[in-house]
Design a protein around this ligand. Structure first.
Ligand SMILES: Cc1cc2nc3c(=O)[nH]c(=O)nc-3n(C[C@H](O)[C@H](O)[C@H](O)COP(=O)(O)OP(=O)(O)OC[C@H]3O[C@@H](n4cnc5c(N)ncnc54)[C@H](O)[C@@H]3O)c2cc1C
Length: 471
């Protein structure tokens, strides 16, 4: 019997170095590419318009890539197990291939697919989403790593597989009905955020640009908020428009071994794998603290403060700039993510899960593993977390990582005319200066929502009650 394989695209929206797709083409010429819009995902409250818009753009690019090869991407909408069963019947497919995910939701969905298709065709999952598979790197005693540095060293001791190019020959797949690509509005979403273009070609272009212009200075420029010093590849890695192995090896091959920029950047790619394997091995982190004792933290959860944080109206310029960057662009600089997450949890004493959900709703790169890992790090509840008694001072962070104030001025126009000496602490401006620089506190720009020193003491007490005091 002719082998005919359905490749089910999920978070691997590319042809390059796509493990399941390459395996399908190694087995047969007749590959049917499909993407299924799953209402269970579309209706989740934290499925944000920015990610859906990026997804649609990436699907458009993926379909175009298939069409240049004489094929097309089949689009369906519904429950994946039912849509796949229908497609198997329509096309006479002998197998469904896909790349594995680490999220609890995806694992449960894939289990349903296996059950539904049992007896109808083979169902095969492949490891593809990281530099290494989530179970490939274990401690000597066979347990998952829960501390980053030894994990990183273990990854670096492994051979990261070289990326493989897209399958060269793509025969038109057998006829199968497809929906047209829906618009964002048809899916029930709208966004005004200025988003990057989706798709594999855009990802490759961004990777090349980063390697050529920014990678060598990454170690020093990555924390500067006003500088475009990071790769901005996170949405592409999130949706699999770019293979992490392609990113890793293209950078390694282009830069001298041991170069500070290269090693620092590779470390970030390994953080991505680290949090993937944490979520895979400890799925309870989706809803609770990695260190379970911290589930007892008595957050104050002031809703009005939370609204002010979400809107970028806290009166702390660096926090407000970052929160507005998120709203305007669907993305936020990593240093800014750390600052605002620390501020929400340690200054406003609000549960990290509230912030995690807000991020998830707006981030174009929103990814459960990385977002949860980042939030638990900042809230001191996670694996390798920031110790709870090390609390960022938002003003000092602003001065250090946005020394010229360019980042603040870009996203907080009310502060544009404020001279550098007061930019990070507008509340220190005398009243006549406030009037002169058109920034009257409480009128043009909010007065600080809280007193950092007081909130810091409260945070230490809050954490101290759970972990024993260490003020
Ligand atoms: C509170 C908080 C929430 C976060 N939420 C997300 C999220 O939802 N999705 C997401 O992809 N990243 C998240 N991060 C990690 C990090 O902020 C972003 O990956 C990074 O800012 C993306 O920018 P870049 O592509 O220019 O990164 P680069 O600095 O160029 O790094 C390259 C790639 O490495 C990965 N990476 C970098 N830093 C981390 C990290 N700390 N953890 C995991 N992976 C990392 C990303 O895939 C990134 O694209 C979060 C961090 C924090 C502190």
């Amino acid at each position: 019997m002719t082998k005919r394989i359905i490749h089910w695209f999920r978070r691997d929206l590319r042809l390059d170095d796509n493990t399941a797709l390459l395996a399908a083409y190694a087995a047969t010429d007749e590959v049917i590419p499909v993407f299924i819009f799953d209402d269970a995902i579309l209706r989740r409250p934290d499925t944000g318009a920015n990610r859906v818009a990026f997804l649609l753009d990436s699907l458009r690019a993926l379909d175009a890539a298939w069409r240049t090869r004489g094929g097309r991407l089949i689009l369906r909408r519904g429950r994946p197990e039912e849509e796949l069963a229908r497609l198997v019947t329509e096309t006479g497919a002998t197998a469904v291939y896909f790349n594995l995910d680490v999220e609890p939701f995806a694992l449960a969905r894939d289990a349903r697919v296996r059950t539904r298709l049992a007896g109808q065709c083979a169902v095969v999952g492949f490891e593809d989403g990281g530099l290494t598979a989530p179970s490939a790197v274990k401690t000597k005693s066979g347990t998952p790593y829960t501390v980053f540095t030894p994990y990183k060293n273990a990854v670096l001791n492994q051979t990261i597989p070289r990326p493989r190019s897209a399958p060269s020959v793509v025969k038109p797949p057998p006829q199968a009905t497809s929906l047209p690509l829906p618009t964002l509005a048809e899916l029930g979403f709208a966004t005004t955020a200025c988003l990057p273009p989706g798709g594999e070609a855009a990802a490759q272009a961004r990777l090349n640009d980063f390697i050529q212009h920014n990678a060598s200075r990454y170690a020093t420029a990555r924390d500067a908020l006003a500088v475009d010093g990071t790769s901005r590849l996170s949405p592409y890695l999130r949706f699999g428009c770019l293979s992490p192995r392609r990113a890793y090896w293209n950078a390694r091959d282009a830069l001298p071994a041991g170069a500070a920029g290269l090693e620092a950047w590779v470390t970030e790619l390994i953080w991505r794998d680290f949090y993937r394997q944490i979520l895979f091995h400890f799925p309870y982190v989706e809803t609770g603290a990695f260190k379970r004792a911290y589930d007892e933290l008595a957050w104050e959860n002031n809703e009005a403060w939370f609204e002010r944080w979400c809107a970028g109206q806290t009166g702390f310029p660096i926090v407000d700039a970052a929160m507005r960057q998120l709203l305007e662009t669907g993305w936020m600089h990593n240093r800014a993510r750390m600052i605002v997450a620390s501020f929400l949890t340690k200054d406003l004493l609000i549960d990290w899960r509230w912030g995690e959900r807000h991020f998830m709703t707006h981030l174009v790169d929103g990814d459960l593993a990385a977002n949860n890992g980042g939030w638990q790090w900042a809230a001191s509840t996670g694996t390798d977390a920031q110790p709870y008694f090390r609390i960022f001072n938002p003003t000092t962070q602003g001065k250090k990582f946005d020394p010229t104030g360019a980042y603040i001025r870009r996203y907080v126009p009310e502060l544009r005319a404020v001279p550098d000496r007061w930019l990070h602490e507008p509340a220190c401006m005398p009243p006549d200066a406030q009037r002169a620089f058109r920034c009257v506190l409480g009128n043009d720009y909010p007065a600080p929502l809280v007193d950092h020193a007081r909130q810091r003491a409260k945070a230490l007490a809050l954490f101290g009650r759970v972990c024993g005091s260490r003020a």
